[in-house]
Design a protein around this ligand. Structure first.
Ligand code: FEO
Ligand code: CA
Ligand code: CA
Ligand code: CA
Length: 738
């Protein structure tokens, strides 16, 4: 979803519910441990467990335990393409020598019997069509017989997130003939279409003579929508806070929503993060009162962006008395939790796991990975006998970075298991969640979020009764341990050359010099940027942080900032700290995927700040490693006029040879999702929401659509813009980026 302050959808991607003051961690720890001492006698042993060893055991380097260097078939040491320029054209721009094909766009039929897409707002059968706002995506190879095959390069399944839809005044206007209803109540027929365009797709694709296409008649094709039955797994399964009229025993739920980033597990399944789900729920103004002061849900609902009186993004709850509409009203309206949907919102906000190869198996919500605005899930390369480790972020202003460490130790035989989701149960249903605390000396700690942590067990601000509560109310647990507030964590990736973990921090309009969200070493920039006559302040262009661990399961780490987003002509001493040039300047990094084939780091943008100069883009990088740059001190004026100095750690500046713009998308889109054939010769990416700033009132007048892509690239009927998957190949058949 877009970052720009351009359409109503932005409201839902720019949440800011973290009002905690988060005093210095040591002070909190001291205070809470001393109280715990009084209560329990001694806390010293527990404190050691929680914090891990304070001493760093040395930083990860190539060849160290847990790194993925050996998976690289042919790491590229240089990139052979000429950087493309910034572009405002309504097309996909790639370097000379590369081809782009559109293969799967909003509305495309998933069954041989589904009518062709007319793209005029009259189409039906949305459960059997491509959903909207293609986002994260993963590749699952198939052999000629249609069996899973890790190395397959010409036939595969793509599992794709359909995050959201282009909307204005409630309605998803491109899929309704006249743009739809902009007032409440919403017509049921419109809402039914909107319920179906969210969720996931699985589609079969194949190549013949280098030309890729998607197979509309494949038996593998699948849609998961907001209405699909799913299973609750992990510590929150059966929790009182997940009881709904739909599932009184809290073991089942319906659908997945606002699926943003993705990941691929070491056992070959697809995982998807539910991001801005809270915005789809309605809560009337009296709901706090109805629930009563003692209901801790009131605090949780506020912390998760749903204050009493909150309107919903599309008004789905207004479309009638049927359960499929009523469930979006999160009020405590019935006699008990099993008589209404007061807990429905608690069934969203998880990582969901799907077996792309087996459409008969229900999607599983892996609650052990915590509940927040999930983006991607990055699995460290698994090592036999060691836990499985997954890194994640919570994308909202001033939210946190997380890590999950499995209880089960990795068995290499699980890389190709007979039952993939049962293997997911083994590694993802039991484990420990951690949240990141970044220190100003270039180190950091992963702090345990569980009832084993005395700070959480004795938290005075919010009562945690069990690890189920920690899984459901994760943000409140992270608040209690004073995690570091970040500049909107988006995608993560593991550098296969050395095992280091990268995470994009896309931007933060609420970063301030001092105060609750004051600058810190890991989020060290505050500046002003102009877009025409509009000024933005904070960390307008974002940055990419990276973390090195000797062993991914360790609680200590080292970090630095790989690159700071900036406009190339910005002040190099305060803003353009990575010395970006016209060939590689970028704003609002979002997608980030390391190629397993080449080791290249692909960076995608979802920007609204630099879009006066360029549409959103994708760049390729050969980054170095944590510590290859140096310390930098930035000086600011506090609100009281005194000086605030912030020490940070800036990675070695990229050059035009090590960071290059590879692609620019059509107008009003973001570039997101990336997967590739194992040989690195075909790369699939998603173009999300072209034409997003079109006015609903202009539906029917194609000349006023701000984009007509992909129709203007020769793909499909009609002129309404469509989110779509494209495939990029090299004309000479070579490896992408070489
Ligand atoms: Fe869906 Fe945070 O982007
Ligand atoms: Ca600017
Ligand atoms: Ca994103
Ligand atoms: Ca974004």
């Amino acid at each position: 979803m877009s970052n720009a302050s351009r359409s109503p959808s932005d409201i839902f991607n720019n949440e800011d519910s973290n009002t905690t003051a988060n005093p210095h961690f040591d002070a909190v720890l001291a205070a809470r441990l001393s109280r715990r001492n009084v209560l329990l006698g001694s806390a010293s042993a527990a404190a050691t467990t929680v914090l891990g060893s304070a001493a760093l055991t040395g930083c990860a380097t190539a060849g160290g335990a847990g790194n993925g260097a050996s998976t690289l078939s042919a790491p590229l040491r240089s990139m052979g393409f000429a950087a493309v320029g910034k572009s405002l054209a309504d097309k996909v721009v790639v370097p000379a020598g590369y081809n782009v094909q559109v293969i799967y766009a909003l509305g495309d039929p998933l069954r041989a019997t589904t009518p062709a897409f007319k793209n005029d707002g009259t189409d039906t059968d949305w459960e059997s069509r491509a959903g909207d706002h293609h986002d994260g995506m993963e590749y699952f190879g198939l052999d000629a017989q249609g069996k899973p095959a890790l190395n397959a390069t010409t036939r595969a399944l793509l599992a794709i997130n359909h995050e959201a839809t282009t909307d204005e005044k409630l309605s998803s206007f491109f899929i309704h003939a006249n743009g739809g209803a902009s007032t409440l109540p919403r017509p049921a027929a419109e809402v039914d279409k909107e319920l179906a365009i969210h969720g996931l797709s699985v589609v079969e694709v194949s190549a013949q003579n280098g030309q890729w296409s998607f197979n509309a008649g494949s038996a593998f094709n699948r849609r998961v929508t907001t209405m699909t039955d799913v299973l609750i797994h992990g510590p929150a399964r059966g929790s009182e806070h997940l009881v709904t009229k739909f599932s009184a025993d809290a073991t089942r739920a319906r659908g997945t929503l606002n699926n943003c980033g993705t990941g691929k597990t070491p056992w070959g399944t697809f995982v998807s993060g539910e991001e801005n789900w809270y915005g789809y729920f309605f809560r009337d103004a009296k709901d706090d009162e109805r629930r009563g002061k003692k209901d801790k849900q009131v605090a949780a609902l506020n912390r998760y962006g749903r204050k009493a009186g909150a309107a919903s993004r599309h008004g789905w709850e207004s479309a009638g008395s049927d359960d499929r509409f009523v469930r979006w009203n999160n009020g405590a309206l019935g006699a008990s939790a099993s008589a209404d949907y007061r807990n429905e919102m608690n069934t969203f906000g998880y990582v969901v796991e799907m077996d792309a190869y087996d459409s008969r198996q229900a999607v599983r919500k892996r609650t052990g990975l915590g509940r927040f605005a999930h983006e991607s899930v990055s699995f460290a390369k698994p090592v036999a006998g060691q836990p499985v480790v997954a890194y994640m972020g919570d994308d909202a202003r001033n939210e946190y970075m997380y890590k999950f460490v499995s209880a089960a130790k990795w068995d290499a035989a699980d890389a190709n298991p007979a039952n993939r989701l049962a293997t997911g149960d083994k590694y993802l249903d039991k484990g420990t969640l951690y949240v990141a605390s970044f220190k100003d000396n270039g180190t950091g700690e992963w702090i345990e979020l569980s009832m084993n942590n005395p700070i959480i067990a004795a938290n005075p601000d919010f009562e945690f009764k069990s690890d189920a509560d920690v899984a459901i109310f994760t943000r409140l647990a992270a608040d209690a341990v004073s995690a570091t507030k970040m500049d909107r964590p988006e995608w993560g990736g593991i550098n296969p050359r050395n095992g280091e973990f990268y995470m994009t921090l896309t931007n933060n309009s609420n970063r301030t010099v001092d105060g609750d969200a004051g600058l810190d070493a890991a989020n060290p920039r505050y500046y002003s940027d102009m877009k025409g006559s509009k000024e933005s302040k904070g960390n307008v262009h974002g940055h990419i942080i990276r973390v090195a661990q000797a062993n991914p399961a360790d609680t200590s780490f080292k970090w630095d900032i790989y690159v700071f987003g900036a406009e190339s002509d910005a002040d190099k001493s305060r803003i353009n700290l990575s010395n970006l040039t016209d060939a590689n300047d970028l704003s609002s990094p979002d997608g980030l995927v390391f190629s397993e084939a080449t080791g290249l780091c692909w960076i995608q943008t979802d920007d609204g700040a630099y879009t006066d100069k360029s549409n959103c883009m994708m760049l390729a990088a050969i980054p170095g490693q944590v510590g290859d740059g140096g310390k930098k001190t930035l000086a600011y004026k506090r609100t009281d006029g005194s000086e605030k100095r912030v020490d940070t750690f800036v990675g070695k500046a990229p050059t035009e040879d090590t960071l290059k713009r590879f692609l620019v998308g059509p107008k009003d889109c973001e570039i997101t999702g990336l997967c590739e054939t194992p040989d690195g010769k075909a790369m699939f990416i998603n173009i999300q929401h072209p034409g997003e700033t079109t006015k609903m009132a202009d539906i029917g007048d194609a000349s006023k659509y701000t984009s007509q892509w992909p129709a203007n690239a020769g793909y499909g009927a009609g002129k309404r813009p469509r989110s779509a998957t494209i495939v990029i190949t090299k004309a000479d058949g070579g490896v992408i980026g070489s």
